[in-house]
Design a protein around this ligand. Structure first.
Ligand SMILES: Cc1cc2nc3c(=O)[nH]c(=O)nc-3n(C[C@H](O)[C@H](O)[C@H](O)COP(=O)(O)OP(=O)(O)OC[C@H]3O[C@@H](n4cnc5c(N)ncnc54)[C@H](O)[C@@H]3O)c2cc1C
Length: 471
């Protein structure tokens, strides 16, 4: 039997809102705070029990390449608040304009706790442990979403829906055109990035480990290391992992955060096929324990350690994105292209894991993200944000990151609030008004506004670091 039919049923309306944000990752956080601060009745639907998305569920508690000239508004408030709450663990943002890659790490438990407060202060209603399962559609316009939670199945009606699910869950499950194209050229054409993860080890004698690193500088630089250990163990069949080194971040007392795992996806396989996700989880857990045992048995400082925490979800790097009115292209981000309808600047370059064992990060010029990349093509009242952005594989591999996601979220939330207030569709919204509102709220909107000296520093960085493979 290939199919069965579900019986039709009457679904009760749970709530009505101006703006429904589905997914509470960095994009959803930016969207919800911006929408509510611009006067919209805003509700967030999140399938787990906290905000943060991958930043908390997969523990990617990092904003890379933070620069106040590039990102502002909600993200500035969040970083300031994290600082005030003692939640910033390691701040590398002052080097962003010159270094190829910098990261600012934060404590994801402080982040979760703090975000609940920030949402309450802004008047955002949160529904945790609730999954958006599809949209209420009337011809080419969305009118709300269906949700499922422990209480049952309901409808939430809204004027604008922001799909910030990280994988265009609402759009894709509602038949709105989406992209899932994979690599755009070369022998890997059509193939997708692998699944990844981070994990924490506690009981680490960080001082002892740092001393060991200093004594072995050829093997350990910055966060990257264990090269000869990993290579030898791999050759002897005693290590299961894809990288030739490990990323070991010890910015939290007694704890090491380990990163650098990839579970490649075979041709024709995707991070949204559930059997692949399950196989990826199992494979990643095997890599995690192999790395942990390697460190515990060989590296001073790890003798009395134990695995503290692995993520609730693996990193699903590359799933569905919404097809928008414009598809941001690889060329746009390398050239640092500007657009008249730009609403966000990004300084992030493509960070590509896989499909096989390689990791490539490429530096690009600061570039604009136009409003049309947030606006679903031919569908009214649906906006993309974060990893659901309308972009080709390479532009997506860049602008899916934490900071650009929060900023596209902020742009989507602001647009949604304006559209709801003015009673216009998201496709008809006056972009000049949106840009002015974003600027008023502290968000830079286009590379055209960047001072010449900042652009020049970024240009030098681009010329120096154009291509970096395996950081
Ligand atoms: C291990 C790891 C390392 C990383 N390293 C970095 C780094 O160093 N620097 C950096 O800037 N970025 C990094 N990233 C990337 C960054 O975390 C993501 O790109 C970013 O979180 C994407 O944001 P988002 O809000 O679009 O999606 P997500 O963070 O994926 O959030 C989506 C949210 O939607 C929820 N959701 C999904 N479907 C539904 C549904 N149907 N109903 C309700 N809720 C739903 C999910 O539970 C989730 O909370 C890393 C990611 C990982 C996992």
């Amino acid at each position: 039997m290939d199919y069965v039919y579900e019986p039709q049923k009457k679904v009760p309306v749970f709530e009505e809102a101006d703006v429904i944000v589905v997914g509470g990752g960095p994009a959803g956080i930016g969207a919800a705070l911006a929408a509510a601060r611009n006067g919209a009745k805003t509700i967030v639907i999140e399938k787990f029990g906290a905000l943060g998305g991958m930043q908390t569920q997969a523990m990617s508690s990092t904003f890379s390449l933070l620069d106040p000239a590039i990102q502002g508004g909600v993200i500035t408030d969040i970083i300031d608040r994290l600082g005030a709450e003692g939640g910033i663990l390691r701040d590398r943002s002052p080097r962003t304009r010159t270094a190829a890659f910098t990261s600012t790490n934060f404590d994801c438990e402080v982040y979760k706790f703090m975000l609940d407060d920030m949402m309450a202060e802004a008047g955002v209603k949160l529904l945790y442990h609730t999954t958006g399962v599809g949209a209420v559609r009337e011809e080419n316009a969305l009118k709300g979403i269906f949700i499922e939670c422990i209480q049952g199945r309901f409808v939430i009606l809204g004027k604008v829906i922001i799909d910030s699910t990280g994988n265009a869950d609402i759009a894709w499950k509602s038949g709105v055109p989406c992209m899932d194209d994979g690599h755009g050229r070369g022998p890997k054409k059509g193939r997708h990035m692998g699944l990844g993860c981070r994990f924490y080890i506690s009981g680490v004698d960080v001082e002892k480990f740092q001393k060991f690193k200093k004594e072995n500088p050829d093997d350990w630089t910055g966060l990257y290391g264990g090269r000869s250990l990993v290579t030898k163990a791999k050759a002897e069949g005693k290590y299961y992992g894809y990288r030739e080194s490990l990323i070991v971040n010890t910015s939290k007392p007694g704890v090491a955060m380990i990163e650098g795992f990839n579970s490649p996806l075979a041709e024709g396989h995707h991070g949204w096929m559930i059997e692949d996700v399950t196989a990826g989880e199992i494979d990643l857990r095997k890599q995690v324990f192999s790395a942990y045992r390697l460190l515990k048995n060989n590296v001073p400082g790890f003798e009395n350690s134990s695995v503290e925490k692995t993520g609730t979800i693996p990193i699903l790097r590359d799933t569905h994105r919404i097809l928008g009115e414009y598809v941001l292209a690889e060329k746009d981000i390398y050239e640092g292209r500007t657009f008249d309808d730009s609403v966000v600047i990004s300084n992030m370059g493509p960070d590509i894991y896989g499909p096989d064992e390689e990791h490539v990060y490429e530096v690009v010029r600061p570039h604009d993200i136009p409003y049309r990349c947030l606006v679903a093509k031919d569908t009214d009242n649906l906006l993309a944000a974060g990893a659901t952005l309308s972009a080709d594989f390479y532009a997506f591999a860049a602008d899916r990151y934490g900071a650009p996601s929060m900023c596209t979220g902020q742009a989507a939330g602001t647009a949604a609030a304006l559209a709801a207030r003015l009673n216009v569709t998201t496709r008809k919204l006056d972009v000049k008004l949106l840009q002015d509102t974003l600027r008023k709220n502290g968000a830079p909107v286009t590379v055209k506004d960047l001072p010449a000296d900042i652009l020049e520093t970024y240009e030098q960085r681009y010329q120096k670091n154009r291509k970096i493979t395996d950081l």
